[in-house]
Design a protein around this ligand. Structure first.
Ligand SMILES: *Cc1c(COP(=O)(O)O)cnc(C)c1O
Length: 270
């Protein structure tokens, strides 16, 4: 069994648990202030950056507090967990869900039922499965194409050089509204290495735009999390996915959500 190495989780595991509406209001104000400061540094308007609160692992009661503090869209990494929360919170009719984690085709049916947005599209099989299910439901879905900008074998997403061919095939799936690109940066304490991932995503978007099929705008760049969203904003993020800085530290290690960063190395004899 490969041993999972600690990730950036450790870097900001100090966020206290939010356990009241006031806690959430306070955290949201603090995160928005960080967003505004980052925008100011590079002359951007904070209204260009959408904050997506990430509620994974947190219980329904916490999500209800966040809702009371004004959140109307939650990001969840795992489909089953998101679907359960959606079912339990049907009474909140203006609450929407964004699935931000890797999807297996057999779960496309669930996503097509409840999600407003899917940020981790990285295969034609999933595109096709989603499109079929969405057509059957009479729904459409905003999607982001996930790109592996860190070059780590453990990360999901398309290799940057495969993105152009992939995106040119997406108009065939009319229930998918392609909004832009998404990435997870390298988990590193070295800001410049993290920044390189974000720059790569932005440059890729500029190149893809030049021969994107009609109807595919690629306006959005979803990049940046609690530990690195200021850097992402400096490099052009239009969506930042923020969990721990709003909800508090997670108990589960991030390797529960992403394959252990070291798994390929650990599999080799040392
Ligand atoms: C968990 C998660 C985030 C948020 O991470 P935090 O460290 O809690 O801000 C962002 N993006 C994805 C894909 C995630 O799974």
């Amino acid at each position: 069994m490969p041993v999972s190495t600690p990730t950036h989780h450790d870097r900001h595991g100090h966020y206290p648990q939010a356990s009241s509406v006031a806690d959430f209001e306070h955290n949201l104000v603090a995160v928005r202030a960080r967003i505004a400061t980052a925008c100011r540094r590079v002359g951007r308007d904070p209204s260009e950056v959408r904050l997506l609160p990430v509620s994974k692992t947190k219980p329904e009661a916490c999500l209800r507090l966040a809702y009371a503090a004004g959140c109307r869209l939650f990001g969840e990494n795992k489909v089953q967990e998101a679907f359960g929360k959606w079912e339990a919170m049907q009474d909140l009719t203006d609450l929407h869900w964004s699935v931000i984690g890797h999807l297996q085709t057999n779960k496309a049916k669930l996503v097509a039922r409840f999600a407003r947005e899917f940020q981790a599209l990285d295969s034609l099989r999933v595109a096709e499965a989603l499109d079929q299910r969405l057509q059957a439901e009479g729904r459409a879905l905003d999607v982001f194409v996930q790109i592996n900008t860190s070059g780590e074998a453990s990360k999901y997403g398309l290799a940057p050089e495969d993105a152009s061919t992939f995106i040119r095939q997406l108009p065939a799936f009319s229930a998918l509204r392609v909004r832009g690109l998404m990435t997870l940066a390298l988990f590193s304490a070295e800001a410049e290495r993290v920044r390189r991932c974000f720059v790569l995503l932005r440059d890729l978007r500029e190149r893809l735009r030049q021969n994107a099929p009609s109807g595919i705008a690629l306006d959005e760049l979803s990049m940046g999390m609690s530990g690195d969203f200021e850097i992402a904003i400096e490099e052009g993020a239009t969506v930042v996915r923020v969990g721990q800085a709003i909800f508090g530290a997670r108990l589960l290690s991030d390797s529960h959500y992403w394959p252990a960063t070291s798994s390929t190395d650990a599999a080799q004899p040392s």
